[in-house]
Ligand binder design. Structure first.
Ligand code: PMV
Length: 331
């Protein structure tokens, strides 16, 4: 088919302050609770898609390297939905460039699948609204639904394919930032899908999670509106700990922490005890993310350098929403 529409699309990763941890419908990717995240500028993915008649199967190139079948699973869900909507039969060639600092071990599916939703729909000639893009990205990876937007975004769980999508909450253009503490760059051995399945099926605390998350969400939205940094940090840290407590209470139990994750969390607490308003959050992996005021970020970074190498620390600011690249931004 004609590929005049193929454009490079950039999407930034996001880190949840109120975690998504459980699916009500795995196929449609409907979550058990609303979640809320901050899109960050430090990690992003650039993607271009071509639908080509001569291809025998879909192909995914990341940083120039052809990936195996398995790595295409999530991407295929998005490609199939786009093909169906646009009435296209051709297979696709996806080219992605991941801008993730080396050794970060943070390659997030959020930026990758959001960028793919944008690039694939453009290549197919579909003119999707942000809500439609969020719904499409969601089908590849739930957290990707939030990366359509910059700043704080909330993924409203909804109950079906049409009403489950993210909305922007606040541009976060104020004094908030994050330092990633990379303690380990190994891939997680329990996928988020498997982890979520296990807690929903077996944690006796799951109901409590759903209830308390609704309360946390209400409160953090007020705190964001008031720019109450301390309250935001407290709620975010507590949401992360509750998510990880679900994992410990599942059958069989599991966790994503390494000994160095615990050391990093202690470090954040020490900084807090010494007067810095800093909080941590963690996802489905061992790395720790420190939430801080942007105005204190360099000072805190210097303090962390006493315990970490500079390649273990990444400073991030609130990032923008998904964008079509032009001019000098083109890869
Ligand atoms: O969308 P997934 O499958 O990458 O799951 C994301 C899960 C967490 O990162 C742990 C929480 C979240 O809301 O992003």
């Amino acid at each position: 088919m004609d590929n005049q529409e193929s454009k490079w699309v950039r999407a930034f990763t996001n880190i949840a302050f109120i975690k998504y941890w459980g699916k009500a419908n795995e196929e449609l990717m409907i979550p058990m609770n609303n979640s809320l995240s901050l899109t960050l500028d430090a990690f992003y993915t650039d993607t271009q898609v071509h639908f080509l008649t001569e291809l025998k199967q879909d192909e995914l190139y990341i940083d120039g390297e052809l990936q195996d079948e398995k790595s295409l699973d999530k991407a295929k869900v998005i490609l199939d939905l786009v093909r169906e909507q646009a009435g296209i039969q051709d297979h696709a060639r996806i080219e992605s460039i991941n801008h993730v600092p080396t050794a970060a071990g943070l390659a997030s599916s959020a930026s990758g699948l959001a960028a793919l939703a944008g690039a694939a729909s453009l290549a197919a000639g579909l003119d999707l609204s942000q809500t439609e893009l969020s719904r499409l990205a969601r089908r590849g990876s739930g957290s990707a639904s939030r990366s359509i937007y910059g700043g704080f975004a909330e993924w409203q769980q909804g109950s079906n394919d049409l009403d489950s999508y993210a909305l922007p909450i606040d541009d976060a253009n104020w004094d908030i930032g994050m330092i990633f503490i990379i303690v380990d760059d190994k891939r997680k051995d329990i996928s988020s899908t498997e982890g979520m399945r296990r807690v929903v099926e077996s944690s006796p605390y799951y109901e409590g999670w759903v209830q308390s998350t609704a309360e946390d969400l209400k409160e953090i939205k007020v705190a964001i509106a008031e720019r109450n940094f301390i309250r935001i940090g407290e709620i975010a840290e507590s949401s992360a700990m509750k998510m990880h407590a679900l994992n410990l209470s599942a059958q069989p139990p599991f966790n994503y922490w390494s000994p160095d994750s615990i050391i990093a969390m202690r470090k954040v607490e020490e900084l807090r005890d010494s007067g810095y308003p800093v909080y941590f959050t963690m996802d489905a992996g061992p790395n720790v993310k420190l939430i801080c005021k942007q105005s204190q970020m360099d000072e805190i970074y210097e303090l962390l350098l006493k315990d970490y190498r500079s390649d273990q620390l990444v400073r991030a600011h609130p990032g923008p929403g998904m964008q079509v690249l032009a001019g000098e931004d083109l890869p």
